[in-house]
Design a protein around this ligand. Sequence first.
Ligand code: KIV
Ligand code: ZN
Length: 384
Amino acid sequence: MSKEIVKIFDTTLRDGEQVPGCKLETKKKVEIALRLDELGVDIIEAGFPISSPGDYKSVEEISQVIKNSTVCGLSRAVKKDIEVAANALKKAKKPRIHTGIGTSDSHIKYKFKSDRKTISKRAVDAVKYARNFVEDIEFYAEDAGRTDNDFLASICEKVINAGATVLNIPDTTGYCLPNQYAKKIEYLMNNVPNIDKAIISCHCHNDLGLATANSIEGIISGARQIECTINGIGERAGNTSLEEVVMVMRQHSELGFDTKINSKLLYSTSKMVSEIMGMPVQPNKAIVGSNAFSHSSGIHQDGVIKKRETYEIMDPNDVGVNESSIVLTARSGRAAVAYRSKKVGFNLSKIELDKVYKFFLKFADMNKEVKDTDLPGIIKQALI
Ligand code: KIV
Ligand code: ZN
């Protein structure tokens, strides 16, 4: 079955870099951008050029070196922002301006002290202005997750008429439930008359741990772009994690979607971003955490040693992890001890294994983990 391609819009260098302590100098941002291009992301959001001279320089340099991906710069619905973004993107092979404004009643009333009519006009004017510089314009309706659907549909229709090619529907506060986000996208697909002239993009935050689920529901409902970051880094609880949405689509081929991502580069890219940003990845993080393919309880280890698929739904090689690991702890069984002993050169008979296992448990109860380097000593002690 041929799959529909969902575009991957990576915002590690913009929404991800907004995390306190993750700010990067241009050289490091360029290094990450080159890796994202190699990974196969469709769009790299390189920064918010008007925000600082450093960010301007980063967007400018990334624009010069990226060969395949579209390079995108963020702006508010403000002329000066748009001009500065356009300038920074001048050398990009495929430039995109990402402009927009808050559309929820709370943003309109408290942030802008304005009204829906004025906000609609600002949105349209911003898109029209940006079209003077580049053809590829993405419009974001900030806080779309809490925006009234009728108003959202009307603003989407107007910005498409003004020249927007992509409509970003952010769940800025990570509030929506998957079925609510799905209904919002479905509503837009059915109530924006010119929706065939643009694609909808999901931009979900993870405040309730639902960013991946919401993004997947979004594409099932008609969106064709997902905005995400490596390791899910981003404001507060983070953004949708790139590696998660990519692997959800790969593992659930019945959905009929795929991406252009080279999944074998996922693990090394995760490590690279974590190291450069100084942001550790939690060990139990899906796909790229250090425990994502490691097994430590006896029952699971026995199953994985007999057949990997008993406790693993994906092949670690597919995401660039060499092999599943069998970690020895006091919860491990004989199968795991025999397996790891063999790896370090001891092919134990059943009787030998029984003896070694007793010594192993004593040692394991006193230590968090039993390393390969501990095994020869345990075996020698047990077999003398
Ligand atoms: O979360 C959000 O609404 C954003 C926009 C600026 C796109 O990051
Ligand atoms: Zn965001």
